[in-house]
Design a binder for this molecule. Sequence first.
Ligand SMILES: NC(=O)c1ccc[n+]([C@@H]2O[C@H](COP(=O)([O-])OP(=O)(O)OC[C@H]3O[C@@H](n4cnc5c(N)ncnc54)[C@H](OP(=O)(O)O)[C@@H]3O)[C@@H](O)[C@H]2O)c1
Length: 335
Amino acid sequence: MTKLMSALVAAHTHSQPQIKQIPRPELKPNEVLVAVAAASINPVDQKYRLLHYSMKLTTVYPLTLGNDFSGTIVARGAQALDFKVGDQVYGRVNHDRTGTFAEYLAIDQTAIAKVPTNLSLTAAAAVPLVGLTAYQALMEILALQAGQKIFINAGSGGVGSMAIQLAHAQGAEVATTVSERNRQLVADLGADHISDYHQVDFSTILHDYDAVFDTHGGADTQKALSILRPGGKLVSIANLPTAEFARERHLGKIRELGFAMASSQLTKIAQQQQVSYQFLLMHASGQQLNQLTNLIEHQQLRPIIDRTYPFAEIKQALDYAEQGHVTGKVVVTMK
Ligand SMILES: NC(=O)c1ccc[n+]([C@@H]2O[C@H](COP(=O)([O-])OP(=O)(O)OC[C@H]3O[C@@H](n4cnc5c(N)ncnc54)[C@H](OP(=O)(O)O)[C@@H]3O)[C@@H](O)[C@H]2O)c1
């Protein structure tokens, strides 16, 4: 008889997700089965339909939601030999294989890492998606160097709070925007220049920046292009993808043209100002998570947790996060 588990499931494209009993996932040879201890809420948990459509991902309904997690390995496939049963691990699932809002999760062993020894499983669940996003923006795309000046907007958000710490650990000079109530928090995380976005337009006070990590999008993106020095780079996770992004991901001519048109204003301004505009869609990586584990264990990085909710209250957790004013992360605990 198939064993069942609780999970947050969207029955079809337009349905509201509900907690349901569904079969436990089957293991592939290179996967481990994890008893999920905790999972964090990310904006993509609400925007998954848009993501799946724009990135041509196959969505199979019923769809279990949730993108990152921490937990304990309870079984492993024949080829998943890098970990053993009983290991405490964390990770971010691939975009087309969501499902961390569940009691059990099957995941490729290349997407996970052991949880830092100095974090609880609840705290560890707040790291993977936002930590990897910040890591990929700063290290892979911006190639941030010690001594460079970087602007990271929305420094109190899940991604922003990780990015400030990574940039600081890299030896960069960090500017950020927050509400007044979070000024001390981001100073403690390593921000050197802090402005209250309700009071000050950052583009009137910041100049000659080497890099921008745009975690907020909207009008901020265009303004942030104007604070870069010639040759400076902006990477956004919250504005529009470019034609180049569509080409790299083999999304086809129609999306390439659509993204080119949608981002044309930003790419034109970037060109005029001799700076670059790029869009990042983060990806799962156990190897990069190991780098984050190392930084956490050396006290250079820590997750900021705003609230935790039990799984039975996951809809309240999603509603709270959707308001857009979370400081750090919201985590849902399974037990
Ligand atoms: N492309 C990718 O791979 C990728 C990956 C991760 C995230 N994302 C996207 O990146 C964005 C950020 O994600 P997140 O998880 O960091 O979001 P989040 O934690 O939900 O962001 C909330 C934070 O943003 C702050 N904020 C809101 N408006 C602001 C403004 N105008 N200026 C400065 N701060 C402001 C809020 O501070 P207050 O409470 O003070 O307003 C709050 O602390 C989302 O759009 C998400 O979908 C994309």
